[in-house]
Design a protein around this ligand. Structure first.
Ligand code: 5GP
Length: 355
């Protein structure tokens, strides 16, 4: 399946701190180990472990955040994550991250996001287009012609389910202020066993009323009431949808809400017991909009190409169908029409290889 890697791909569900190279994480952990902040040998095992429950995933994130939450590191990991996606021929990336406050180092949610933007601006190996098409500053790296990869990047600000209504609102207001640097929407994520839907609803409604796009982690655990409330909110996309019941599928399908599918993540965390019963198959058969994503390529040791290969092997997709599936992701992006058109052209020019 060597044709998957060069195929243009769209990534819509990728968490910044879940997508760090293992080598970078180990390097950063070693430095903190030398400073006595952590015990490196303990951390090394945790980082290199491949099999994790959903609960262990969130414990790992607390550790990752200890290692990465300073401005310089946030800039570095943003740069590396975008480079890694571009090198795998991801042509459009919606990268999500939770703006963090850390008083001890003078970090505010806003300065955290400035560090992210600095990371985007610092990429020189590939061309990155991350500001809205209406902005005069379009492409910050000049293209040197043939052979350079180009990636469109848009940002989603995540609300962590541990946050209060006020803190969630602060994130939404920050997203509104950052629309001119490529922020297009809001994500609700974090441990699904923590927090109540009603806590986040005011901020999410405010975001929606102000034309930000919304994607929700929905149905990662069995919580029928919350799943129905989330669907009634009519988000622009949902992620995971592992514990949906018949009435949830009906609603999702009648609203045509696209689903971000993260196969390895769902299998590794045992949210879905086996790939052959994954809801991908039913949604695909029903021609429901769906898009294959990585979730956390560092944490789940995967790549977007690997996720496509898994879908091809598990659900018997052919080359042409896989290409059509990847291209159909354009409609599910939160990009401006002009960018959607450009993406259409990129896929069209690649299509002779996939017929
Ligand atoms: P960050 O937002 O810090 O860049 O990325 C890591 C954060 O994304 C985690 O702390 C968590 O809040 C969220 N996240 C990453 N993967 C998952 C997932 O599979 N499910 C949920 N609900 N949240 C996730």
């Amino acid at each position: 399946m060597e044709w998957i890697h060069p195929m243009p791909k769209i990534e819509l569900h990728a968490h910044l701190n879940g997508s760090i190279r293992d080598t970078t994480l180990l390097e950063l952990a070693r430095v903190l180990g030398e400073k006595g902040v952590i015990v490196f040998s303990d951390v090394e095992d945790v980082i290199q472990k491949n099999d994790r429950s959903l609960d262990e995933v969130f414990k790992l994130f607390d550790l990752i955040h200890m290692i990465t939450t300073d401005h310089q590191t946030v800039t570095r990991i943003t740069r590396e994550v975008v480079q890694d996606f571009a090198l795998e021929n991801v042509v459009y990336l919606e990268l999500r991250t939770t703006p963090k406050r850390n008083d001890s180092i003078g970090m505010t949610k806003s300065s955290y996001m400035e560090a992210v933007i600095k990371g985007l601006r610092s990429i020189s190996e590939v061309d990155v287009e991350f500001v809205a098409a209406t902005d005069s500053e379009k492409l910050h790296n000049s293209c040197d012609g043939v052979g350079r990869k180009k990636i469109y990047v848009r940002l989603l600000l995540s609300i962590d389910r541990r946050e209060t209504t006020e803190s969630a609102m602060e994130t939404v207001k920050l997203a509104l202020e950052m629309r001119n640097v490529g922020v297009v929407g809001i994500d609700l994520s974090g441990n699904p066993l923590v927090g109540e839907w009603s806590t986040f609803l005011p901020a999410l409604q405010f975001a929606k009323d102000n034309d930000l796009y919304i994607t929700l982690h929905c149905g990662e655990v069995p919580n029928p009431k919350e799943i129905q409330a989330m669907l009634d909110f009519k988000p622009h996309r949902v992620g995971h949808a592992c514990f949906f019941k018949d009435q949830d599928w009906e609603k999702l399908k009648s609203f045509r809400i696209p689903v971000e599918i993260c196969l390895s993540s769902n299998i590794i965390t045992k949210s879905i017991s086996s790939i052959d019963i994954h809801h991908f198959a039913d949604l695909y058969k029903a021609k429901h909009p769906l898009i294959i994503c990585t979730d956390d390529f560092g944490v789940f040791s995967t790549t977007l190409s690997n996720e496509y290969s898994l879908a091809v092997r598990s659900f018997g997709l052919g080359k042409r169908e896989t290409f059509a599936l990847a291209k159909s992701g354009i409609d599910a992006t939160f990009a401006e029409d002009e960018v959607k058109q450009q993406l259409g052209l990129i896929f069209d020019s690649a299509s002779p290889e996939y017929v």
